[in-house]
Design a protein around this ligand. Structure first.
Ligand code: 5GP
Ligand code: MN
Length: 328
């Protein structure tokens, strides 16, 4: 996308926000730092525009991201679905409509949707689309949108922006760490964001559950295709045996991906009996978004995911075979 095309998208998105009111703001199911950061960033932005809004996610926002919330509550759709419906929706960090999950049940049939995202596999499902695939995080796009709307960069908004950048770049290490990411991060630091505190909280600190689960899941580390493919698996039994929560699986996939010589690392997570969520990480030789799409998922070239119905062993076999073909 050219700079001029992006400028047009930014204007259209700003127009949508100025014209509409009473928004539903939703991020993808099982929100990560960028999804949570984008949800709260939009909340702070809408607040400074004196707009009404409701934040909803299919499930809970992990506790470790709640420092961004301030007074803003996120309704947990599966626990307490709202009784009303919404005509103006803003989705953030959702590559496709399915990523919104059950929250789409409270959309008006005639709803207008602003789709703000950074996934290359985004299919443009919005009424208005603000999607930049070369942005490291959705908060990077929101930073541009805040400027377009002439909003003040408050400490609360800045914390959200920095959080999404920090988590989606793996602490400013992945290849999506562009000069622009560093410029925005520098701007946030100059405005008072405590970068080291956020890094400590989000990247360094491990919960006890996380450590126990790491210990246990490393026993499952397996290799195929001349050790170019590695994976770990976590079953529901592993979670209960280690007293770990599903958030405690965050980052586990890197232990497969980071082994020397590995091109594609994966984590297979049993969500419910017979439902396996797969996380992919690639060194770049294989496009894991394309592989995930074959199983109904998506994401980025180097980080993607999908959900497979079937037994753990069956899911592993199907996916490992597909990854092997992509590397051949
Ligand atoms: P993770 O492995 O951290 O859950 O996800 C890695 C990347 O893939 C993220 O950008 C995430 O949004 C995307 N992703 C994960 N699962 C899915 C999925 O089922 N569908 C799509 N379209 N993207 C996914
Ligand atoms: Mn993201």
């Amino acid at each position: 996308m050219t700079a001029a095309e992006y400028a047009v998208q930014l204007q259209a998105a700003a127009g949508f926000i100025r014209e509409q009111d009473d928004f539903l703001v939703v991020a993808h199911v099982q929100p990560d730092g960028d999804a949570a950061g984008s949800t709260f960033a939009v909340a702070w932005m809408l607040q400074s525009l004196n707009k009404r809004f409701t934040l909803i996610n299919e499930g809970p926002i992990p506790e470790k991201f709640m420092y961004m919330a301030g007074p803003h509550e996120v309704i947990e759709f599966e626990k307490a679905p709202p009784e009303r419906k919404f005509a103006a929706v803003i989705s953030v960090d959702c590559a496709d409509f399915a990523r919104i999950g059950s929250v789409s049940e409270c959309f008006e049939p005639e709803r207008k949707l602003l789709n703000i995202d950074h996934h290359a596999t985004n299919d443009g499902f919005g009424t208005v689309n603000l999607v930049r695939a070369d942005a490291a995080a959705t908060v990077e796009v929101l930073y541009d949108l805040a400027r377009e709307l002439n909003l003040e960069f408050t400490p609360e908004l800045n914390n959200c922006i920095y959080t999404g950048l920090l988590t989606d770049t793996g602490g400013f290490r992945y290849s999506n760490t562009t000069p622009k990411v560093m410029q925005i991060a520098a701007d946030m630091l100059a405005r008072g964001v405590k970068g080291h505190e956020l890094a400590e909280r989000l990247l360094e600190t491990m919960t006890l559950g996380q450590v126990s689960l790491l210990k246990r899941s490393l026993n499952t580390l397996s290799f195929a295709h001349e050790n170019k493919v590695a994976w770990l698996s976590v079953t529901l039994d592993d979670l209960s045996a280690t007293d770990a929560s599903s958030d405690d699986m965050d980052g586990l996939v890197n232990y497969a991906r980071n082994v020397e010589g590995v091109e594609v690392g994966m984590l297979f997570k049993e969500k419910e009996p017979g439902i396996i969520k797969v996380s992919f990480r690639s060194g770049g030789l294989a496009d894991v978004a394309a592989i995930a799409q074959k199983f109904g998922g998506g994401g980025h070239v180097k980080a993607a995911g999908c959900t497979i119905r079937g037994a753990m062993s069956e899911a592993v076999e199907r996916v490992v075979r597909e990854v092997g073909m992509a590397l051949a």
